[in-house]
Ligand binder design. Structure first.
Ligand code: ZN
Length: 61
């Protein structure tokens, strides 16, 4: 791997890392089963979206 020619100053290093913050994805509760899901996505647990059954959830036993 290539090595950097010059060392970055503390300020430059911090400035370049200013946008590296980890952000959690937005999570909402399902209206049907109250489990957590991503917004504007079908609930993986019950297969509902906007109060309607879209997909039949997989039965795990
Ligand atoms: Zn659900």
């Amino acid at each position: 791997m290539a090595t950097p020619k010059k060392r970055k100053s503390l300020t430059r290093r911090k400035r370049s890392r200013a946008h590296d913050k980890i952000v959690l994805p937005n999570i909402v509760k399902c209206e049907n089963c109250q489990s957590y899901k991503l917004p504007h996505k079908i609930c993986k647990t019950c297969g509902h979206y906007k109060g309607k059954l879209i997909i039949q959830p997989k039965v795990v036993d």
